[in-house]
Design a protein around this ligand. Structure first.
Ligand code: NAD
Length: 255
């Protein structure tokens, strides 16, 4: 019996990186998994991997910034599985820039994916979970939602927003008696396409990677599975007394 057996889970941004590892682990632990992403080819590949391992999964095209896209994705989840128990609002984008370097357009693009996407995903998850006796919502923030970085003005703002939005939603759900828990996860640097892209943009990639490693007292970057294990814990009943909490998985970065 898996830790989330029989549950239905939707993971946004599950075609790559942390979302992909999370979708695969949720499936290994018995959940039926919906991969929601802009990238159809990569998303369908994750579905194929899960099915090849004996699990159940489907892909739905999802742009987390668009309300109509959430409505379509939720309709697809209901049509296939008839319920939603776990929502992982994972889709996010990186952007490097100080406050002086960031244009209003870039600022809005980052907030739109990282903050609007989490807001809409949480709202639609609550609507889907309420009639079926509750559920668990997990929002991806970051160490950058806990401490400031001069070069990450827009990203800092979005991830700090996710942290406190999660607490507000958690209190609302608890006080409304919905049996829906809402928690945030705060990864350190994880070796995913997002971080690979950041280092690839520099002239000395090895040095850039080492600079990131040096920020983590454990002496290495995290792997997507390191975060997936925390997310599955928050998705499962093992964390049934946790809501509005922040799970920091960062190799000691913020210690
Ligand atoms: P990634 O870039 O490797 O993967 C992100 C996925 O999100 C991709 O599949 C992409 O297609 C999808 N996506 C992007 N915009 C989307 C949109 N508008 N609608 C739907 N899907 C969209 O990223 P990752 O490193 O796996 O990061 C996942 C989450 O974890 C993000 O929220 C990120 O901010 C957060 N995070 C990552 C790190 C890290 O070091 N990698 C650290 C802290 C927090």
């Amino acid at each position: 019996m898996g830790r989330v057996s029989g549950k239905v889970a939707l993971v946004s941004g599950a075609a790559l990186g942390i979302g992909r590892a999370t979708a695969q682990l949720l499936a290994r632990e018995g959940a039926k998994v919906v991969i929601g992403d802009l990238k159809e080819t990569e998303g369908e590949a994750v579905v194929a991997e899960i099915e090849a391992a004996g699990g159940e999964a489907m892909f739905t095209t999802l742009n987390v910034t668009e309300e109509a896209s959430w409505q379509q994705a939720m309709a697809a989840v209901q049509a296939r599985f008839g319920r939603l128990d776990i929502a992982v609002n994972n889709a996010g984008i990186a952007y490097t820039g100080t406050v002086e370097q960031t244009s209003l357009e870039e600022w809005r693009r980052v907030q739109s994916v990282n903050l609007d996407g989490v807001f809409l995903g949480t709202r639609y998850a609550i609507e889907a979970m309420k009639p079926h006796g509750g559920g668990s919502i997990i929002n991806l923030s970051s160490i950058e939602g806990l401490v400031g970085d001069p070069t990450l003005a827009a990203y800092n703002a979005s991830k700090g927003g996710v942290r406190l939005f999660t607490k507000s939603a958690a209190l609302h759900c608890a006080k409304s008696g919905y049996k829906i828990r809402v928690n945030s996860v705060h990864p350190g640097y994880i070796w995913t396409p997002m971080v690979q892209g950041l280092t690839a943009a520099t002239s000395d990639q090895l040095a850039a990677r080492q600079k990131l490693i040096d920020l983590h007292p454990l002496g290495h970057l995290g792997e997507p599975d390191d975060i997936a294990y925390g997310i599955v814990f928050l998705a499962s009943d093992e964390s049934k007394f946790m809501t509005g909490s922040e799970l920091v998985i960062d190799g000691g970065y913020t210690a």
